[in-house]
Design a binder for this molecule. Structure first.
Ligand SMILES: [Zn+2]
Length: 134
């Protein structure tokens, strides 16, 4: 349904023009880059060397200068949301994240149970990142 056509291609980091590129988001740099595989839950950011989190192709990276939107994305990821389709739009503001997370707590619980290794990696990456945002 969602063609994802509005997302500009990644500027660097891959010669491949595959249509099946998966975004990884670095909250330290506030940017995303794409990789052909989402086999790793967490990859090293090519810019800062910090952790970046693999998200689904529904993720639309905010502008780098839009700190509020990046904070919202980080909050969603901290709640365990990796941007799957959930039958309702994702929250537009940081304020809406808590209620959204509560509505989908059951879903997130099942995802965590299904992919404990991936979530362990993501949580380690996020704790590594905490305190680095300025
Ligand atoms: Zn980075």
């Amino acid at each position: 349904m969602d063609r994802d056509a509005s997302t500009p291609p990644a500027q660097k980091g891959g010669a491949s023009s595959s249509a099946y590129l998966h975004p990884y988001a670095c909250f330290r740099c506030r940017k995303s880059f794409k990789r052909a595989s989402r086999a790793n839950a967490v990859l090293t950011c090519p810019d800062c060397g910090g952790p970046s989190i693999g998200l689904t192709r529904k993720f639309k990276p905010p502008k780098r200068t839009d700190i509020k939107q990046w904070e919202k994305v980080e909050a969603l990821v901290r709640h365990g949301f990796l941007f799957w389709s959930l039958g309702e739009p994702y929250p537009e503001t940081l304020d809406q994240v808590t209620a959204f997370a509560q509505r989908h707590a059951g879903f997130i619980g099942r995802e965590r149970a299904k992919r404990p290794d991936a979530y362990a990696q993501i949580e380690a990456a996020l704790s590594d990142m905490s305190g680095t945002l300025k």
